[in-house]
Design a protein around this ligand. Structure first.
Ligand code: BEZ
Ligand code: FE
Length: 285
C-alpha cells in the first residue's frame, strides 16, 4: 500500500477489513479503529505515551491468570463494563450490574426461606421479594444464584477461614416467584489494586472501594439472564463505586425491623434488618 499519510491512514486501516465475512465484526472493528485514531489525534498521542499504554497492557497480561483478569478489571474501572450493562437495559426490567470476579458455578442449593448466617458474624438481614415478568406476573421456574462477602468484606475465595460454600447459594423458586433468605450484612471492600489497574487508580487520584453489595444472577427459561447487585442505600461508598455498578434503583434501604414473632420464625435475633426487592425480568432475545 502506498501513499499513506496522516489524512488517509484511518480510512486505509478501516478499508483493510473490507473482506471480513461477518458484517457485525466489520462494523465493530471499523468503529473501533475510527475512534482509536480520533482519540490519538485529539490528544496528539506522543510515542512515550503510546509505550506507556503498551506497558500497561503487557503488565495486565502478566498478572492475568485463571483467577484474576486484569483486563476485565480495567474495563470495570473505566466504566466500559457498566456501559455495556446499561446499553442492554430494557425499560421496566431490573437494571443490570457487574458480575465481578467472585461468581463461581456450582453454589450449594438453598430452599426458599433458607439461612446463610450459620457461624458468620455481622448484622442479621432478612432478604425477600419476588421474581416477576414485565407485566408483574410471577416468573415460573426461576433460579437465583447469589453470592456476597462476609461482614469483613471478604469473599470465600479471599479468606481461608471461610468454607467454599459460605455466603452463596442457588435457590430454585416455585410458581409464585417468591424468594427469601437470611444472611449477614456485607461490607464495602476494595477491588484488587496491586497490579497495573491499581497504578492507574492511584495516578488518577482514585480509590479502589466498592460499596457493600449482594450479587444476584436470576435465570429462567424464556427470559434474558439477569446479572445484578443490590446495595445498602446508606453505604459510605454508594456515590463512589470504583466500578460504577450502582444504579439508583438498586440502592435499597436496610430497614430496621422490630418484630419478635417474625424474627423467631426466621430464627433471627430481634430487631433485624429487612431488605425487600422484586426482580423484573425481560423476555429472552
Ligand atoms: C465484585 O463485585 O466482586 C467486583 C466487581 C468488579 C471488580 C472487582 C470486584
Ligand atoms: Fe462483589
Amino acid at each position: 500500500m502506498q501513499g499513506i499519510d496522516r489524512n488517509t491512514l484511518t480510512d486505509a486501516v478501516i478499508a483493510s477489513f473490507e473482506g471480513a465475512g461477518d458484517p457485525r465484526m466489520k462494523e465493530v472493528i471499523g468503529a473501533l479503529v475510527r475512534h482509536l485514531h480520533a482519540f490519538a489525534r485529539e490528544v496528539e498521542l506522543r510515542p512515550e505515551e503510546w509505550r506507556a499504554g503498551i506497558a500497561f497492557l503487557t503488565a495486565a497480561a502478566a498478572i492475568t491468570d485463571d483467577k484474576r483478569n486484569e483486563f476485565v478489571l480495567a474495563s470495570d474501572i473505566l466504566g466500559l463494563t457498566s456501559l455495556t450493562d446499561l446499553l442492554q437495559g430494557v425499560p421496566g426490567a431490573t437494571e443490570r450490574s457487574v458480575l465481578g470476579p467472585f461468581h463461581a458455578e456450582g453454589s450449594p442449593m438453598l430452599p426458599v426461606g433458607g439461612d446463610l448466617i450459620r457461624d458468620n458474624a455481622g448484622p442479621p438481614v432478612l432478604v425477600r421479594g419476588r421474581v416477576l415478568d414485565l407485566e408483574g406476573r410471577p416468573v415460573r421456574g426461576a433460579t437465583i444464584d447469589f453470592w456476597q462477602t462476609n461482614a469483613l468484606g471478604h469473599y470465600w475465595q479471599q479468606d481461608p477461614t471461610q468454607s467454599p460454600d459460605n455466603l452463596r447459594f442457588r435457590m430454585p423458586l416455585g410458581d409464585d416467584g417468591v424468594y427469601a433468605f437470611t444472611t449477614v450484612r456485607p461490607a464495602p471492600y476494595t477491588v484488587p489494586y496491586d497490579g497495573p489497574v491499581g497504578g492507574l487508580l492511584r495516578a488518577g487520584g482514585r480509590h479502589a472501594w466498592r460499596p457493600a453489595h449482594f450479587h444476584f444472577r436470576v435465570l429462567a427459561d424464556g427470559f434474558a439472564p439477569l446479572t445484578t447487585e443490590l446495595f445498602p442505600a446508606d453505604d459510605p461508598y454508594i456515590e463512589q463505586d470504583a466500578v460504577f455498578g450502582v444504579r439508583a434503583s438498586l440502592a435499597v434501604p436496610f430497614v430496621t425491623r422490630d418484630a419478635p414473632e417474625e424474627a423467631a420464625r426466621h430464627r433471627l435475633p430481634n430487631p433485624f434488618a429487612l431488605v425487600e426487592f422484586d426482580f423484573r425480568m425481560s423476555p429472552a432475545r
